[in-house]
Design a binder for this molecule. Sequence first.
Ligand code: ATP
Ligand code: MG
Length: 550
Amino acid sequence: MCRNNNFYKKNFIFKIIHNDLKNKKYNFICTRFPPEPNGYLHIGHIKSICLNFSIAKFYGGNCFLRIDDTNPTTENIKYINSIKKDLIWLGFKWDHKIKYSSDYFDMIYKYAIELINKNLAYVDELSIQEIKSYRGTLSVPGKDSPYRNRSIKENLKLFHNMRLGNFSEGSMSLRAKIDMKSKIIIMRDPVLYRIKFQKHHQTGKKWCIYPTYDFCHCISDSIEGITHSLCTLEFQDNKILYNWILNNISVKNYPKQYEFSKLQIEYGITSKRNIRLLIKNKIVDGWDDPRLLTISGLRRKGYTALSLKNFCYRIGVTKQNNIIQLSYLEFCIKKELNQIAPRAMAILRPLKIIIDNFPVNKKIKLLIPNHPFNKNMGYRIIYFTKEIYIDILDFSEEEKKDYKRLILGKKVKLRYSFVIKANKVIKNSNGNIICVYCTYYQNTLGIKIDKKDQKIKGIIHWISCLNSQPVLFYLYKTLLKKKCINNTDNILSYINKKSLLIYNGFIEKNLLKEQKKKHFQFEREGYFYFDKKNSNKKQIIFNQILSFRS
Ligand code: ATP
Ligand code: MG
């Protein structure tokens, strides 16, 4: 279990379950994580996964993975595979074999017939649009469908024919007969079954009618013996329908539903529908784009499973809707990487420095630590040579306020190396700096600089040109320009067009080989992660996890 589980345990759902077990309401608890396989999982799902799995584990109960697959039109086997992969990567193990709502289609069909037999369901011939307009609004009561009062016999016959495929898609549906005037709109004769001539990834061509999410969801929970059915706040009203359904069919188990608030993150998108929209509009290049808050995107960007779980444990579970600061998520990965990521030097925007007073063929070997506070992470060798790279942002021709880097005519210390002074700037015909000639001071290796000593401006990072490997650095900014988006907002109008910046730079040679790690803290730049997906023999790509520069 994660370190932060202790304060996580104080959440209201943990307390309810604790009391239910203490009061012997249950001897054994069962929870589930029920994703719809219509997209990849995102950080919001991790909140639900952590909650369901950690509660079941803590109390020695079961937690199932149920693929909620009632809509074959939008579902796909590749999403199921990604869900499995993400859960395993997070380190959670579901109990028993994977469950599918479609495993229960036969039973659900029988329950529908039970409702018809009790005169609690009817076959309607209104179109989808008509059903919508008959439904009314919060202030206008709904209207009964003209097909609402068919005989049980006729309903049974029509439903049977729906199943046989004798009617076209959209021409008929099975609806619960509840109350078209109910204050709760969801109770105005909700649709239970619709016709879809669509092959299903699990059941093939066996069915041409499919239960709706609401009808299927509560029955699946009951069949599996879920004791605590945990979901997000928007399902509060659905609970009333779930109870109606379960009370009117012959089931043994009545799961109790508890709702908690959805995870929302500043500038972030936690809706599969919106992520799909970004992919379709080629704003991101797939579900695992590192700018997305999908599990696969975060993983590719360099987030670890532990940091994401710790984040979810730290934010806790409440009924309060709130938006979490992005910096909080970054704090969690920073905390972990600060311990485990080796330090190294990388130059994102190279500027060549030529050391006037250093021989061409000479190189000085320097042994430097991989981690400033953890000697167990070892040391590595770098070289000081006549030509080195520094970052162009670390050089200025003029003195600037609080600028503690290399300035023309002034001195700076190179990290783990010598003090140098900038003497001359060479520019091309466009006025761009090509290189800077400097002097190095032989007796300055290893000296500590005195902050009050105005002569040496500061310490900057560098790489020997001889000891460098070209790489691409991908730097990410938020995808959205707006901090919080509402459900009604069109996210396409808030896209930050500069969310990806690519730099051609250098890292120390053989870094990946020698460190055998993929996470690095590139000194003074930030944390980076090797991009396995798009790197190859010809080009190495590093994704920036977070930046030290503001
Ligand atoms: P989306 O709006 O992204 O499609 P969803 O709720 O439709 O999300 P499901 O696949 O149905 O996605 O979700 C599986 C489980 O994850 C549900 O129990 C749902 O409540 C939970 N979940 C989804 N999004 C969040 C979120 N942002 N925060 C917490 N839990 C979430
Ligand atoms: Mg959904």
